[in-house]
Design a protein around this ligand. Structure first.
Ligand code: TXA
Ligand code: MG
Length: 337
């Protein structure tokens, strides 16, 4: 199959393919999604096949607006209106209890709840509108690889396997949406993202807890997808604490390990390793935007033996950055040898 790259004047064409049951990847503000018509179980099944994704890992249903969720949702949490008003469109996925039979078990993994999100991307909102149905969309990478933040990343992983990719350049945020469970009494964060715990607490005026697995590693995550090994390049990744750069680079030199550096300009200017991916700015936003792109770039050429990555404090957006980085690094920090 030839994988076509669509520009914004070809949204009609991409929507026609989705209506026919084909798969088309779409841009969002977070990462690119692998789109299929959520109402066609056969197409949705293809999404799992193409990604190599375990079938017990449910998908997010992408909608054009809040009313589009009403056909599926059984009951809303009392705080829903406030949350939607403040954060949609945006990087926040909401889990609701659904009407039985309203969505195929292929979408929900057989759960009685489902995930919904209105992405903040005009092209994708038009694509959903034109398709006339919500779109499922897991990140458009091969399972286990860093999520794609450009159309070229999607092309690299999925060319020949999907009908097309709607191109909208690089995504702004760089990591997947926050997943907030609204199916129980207490709104709970199942996956950290760019809508932060602090922002949710500010708006809602209550404490918004993190799912237990985000606090204690031994707990089983409530979002099935969080249990899988994720975002993991072939090259080993080590997280470097602020005071350890010198020691870590000395160690690598002694061991004849070629290092790929993944860091902000502030750190990178001190260490002139040949292979490097330097974030645009010294901010957590820039680091988060560049994280997956950087992991891919340093991994691709297979030129380095180990990737050294900068860490950030685990609050605000840093919680999402560190959640993804820790997975890529299989939790490994550099420790003095
Ligand atoms: O930013 C994003 O969310 C991107 C873009 C493309 O929208 N999509 C994305 O999808 O990251 P995916 O499939 O990679 O992640 C969906 C997460 C998984 O961890 C999944 O287990 C969880 O949401 N999830 C889906 N339905 C759920 C449910 N009913 N209960 C708990 N977790 C659920
Ligand atoms: Mg994913």
């Amino acid at each position: 199959m030839e994988t076509k790259i669509f520009q914004s004047d070809q949204i009609n064409h991409a929507a026609a393919l989705l209506r026919q049951g084909e798969l088309v990847a779409f841009p969002t503000e977070t990462v690119y999604g692998l789109g299929a018509n959520a109402l066609l179980p056969k197409s949705v099944a293809q999404v799992f096949a193409v990604k190599g994704r375990p079938s017990d890992n449910p998908l997010i249903v992408h909608v054009v607006d809040f009313p589009m969720t009403q056909k599926f949702v059984e009951s809303y949490h009392p705080l829903t209106e406030k949350i939607v008003k403040n954060f949609w469109p945006g990087p926040l996925t909401l889990i609701f209890s659904i009407k039985s039979g309203s969505l195929s078990p292929v979408v929900t993994g057989g759960l009685s709840t489902a995930a919904f999100r209105m992405p903040d991307n005009k092209k994708t909102l038009s694509l959903i509108e034109e398709t006339g149905a919500p779109l499922v969309g897991p990140s458009a990478n091969t399972s286990g690889k860093p999520s794609p933040t450009t159309a070229m990343h999607v092309y690299h992983d999925l060319k020949g396997k999907i009908a097309g990719i709607l191109d909208d350049g690089a995504t702004q945020i760089g990591v997947e949406s926050t997943v907030l469970d609204l199916s129980g009494e207490v709104p709970t964060i199942l996956r950290p993202g760019a809508v932060t715990k602090e922002q949710l607490e500010d708006v809602l005026g209550i404490e918004v807890p993190l799912d237990k697995h985000l606090v204690k590693e031994s707990e089983t995550p409530k979002a099935p997808g969080m249990k899988y090994k994720h975002y993991s390049p072939d090259t080993p990744v080590l997280m470097i604490r602020p005071d350890d750069w010198e020691k870590a680079l000395d160690w690598a030199e002694k061991k004849d390990q070629k290092v790929g550096l993944l860091a902000t300009p502030k750190i990178a200017e001190n260490y002139k390793t040949a292979d490097r991916f330097v974030f645009d700015e010294d901010t957590i936003e820039a680091a988060t935007r560049g994280l997956f792109s950087g992991l891919r770039a340093l991994d691709e050429a297979h030129k380095v033996d180990v990737i050294f990555a900068e860490i950030f404090p685990e609050d605000h957006l840093g919680l999402a950055y560190m959640n993804r980085l820790k997975k890529a690094a299989a939790q490994n920090y550099f420790v003095e040898k």
